[in-house]
Design a protein around this ligand. Structure first.
Ligand SMILES: [Zn+2]
Length: 263
């Protein structure tokens, strides 16, 4: 039984997954590769994998979390010097090239059952991992991701994984932009307008206000003016409620919302 349609077609359809030795990873089970393993710590779990793929696995675990999937300790692991269950074929776990993620909601068997978001599966697949949820000859094993690249392809896959991790961060809180929005709201300079990127960042500041006002139980209307939100914020956080996003207000917003210090 194939994985549900929401996971899309298998990008590695037809790829051979049980040839790690031929791909340059040395011999697997029963030969123990223990000395080649290292422990990856990320997303609240510790996973033992081959040193060469450690950064890749670490990055993908972080991407998995970033995409909203909570990786759980006690159900997530890597290296195990063993054959594939019920066979005499070495498992990719014996090379430290396979990772099982959240075994409980993603147990091997039929019918197919998994709580992995398609976006997470696609992240691992695009970085050289074959997903066990795609198995058709063996029973689907959705917890299982195995690296089917070679030692030489790791760097490319790592760069790809890192690109997915590039954080969306707010800019340093820009006081001059806050004041520009205030002038526009007040009609001080009718010719002034915000550029697309300035609008984008004002959106960030509005969302920060919204979060911080909600935290204080202050009611507000999502479409009210920036000046009005600023005033509510100032009143809620013990500042003079004049609606002007001056240095004190900006500093409070920066600290509470975690914006970086303006260089
Ligand atoms: Zn596995």
């Amino acid at each position: 039984m194939a994985a549900p349609a929401k996971y899309g077609p298998n990008p590695h359809a037809g790829a051979s997954v049980n040839n790690a030795q031929a791909r340059g990873w040395g011999t697997g089970w029963p030969h123990a590769q223990t000395s080649k393993m290292t422990t990856v710590t990320a997303a609240g779990v510790k996973v033992s994998v081959r040193r060469e793929v450690a950064a890749l696995v670490q990055t993908l675990l972080l991407v998995t979390e970033k995409y909203g999937y909570d990786v759980k300790a006690g159900q997530t692991w890597g290296f195990a010097n063993r054959p594939i269950a019920g066979t005499k074929t070495a498992s990719n776990h014996s090379w430290g090239l396979a990772v099982d993620v959240n075994s409980i909601p993603n147990r091997q068997g039929t019918p197919f059952k998994s709580d992995l978001p398609p976006k997470v599966v696609s992240a691992w697949e695009s970085c050289g991992f074959y997903w066990g949820g795609r198995y058709t000859k063996a029973k689907p094993d959705p917890m299982h991701f195995e690296y089917i690249g070679t030692p030489k392809t790791v760097a490319t896959h790592l760069a790809k994984a890192k690109a997915m991790l590039t954080p969306v961060v707010a800019p340093p809180l820009d006081l001059s932009l806050l004041m520009k929005q205030w002038r526009i709201d007040k009609g001080k300079k009718p010719t002034e307008t915000l550029s697309a990127s300035e609008k984008h960042w004002i959106g960030w500041y509005r969302r920060s206000y919204a979060i911080l006002l909600t935290r204080k139980g202050v009611k507000f209307n999502g479409s009210e003016s920036f000046v009005s939100l600023t005033t509510r914020f100032q009143r809620a956080y013990g500042l003079a409620p004049d609606g002007v996003p001056g240095p004190k207000t900006a500093d409070m917003l920066r600290r509470l919302a975690g914006y970086r210090v303006q260089p």
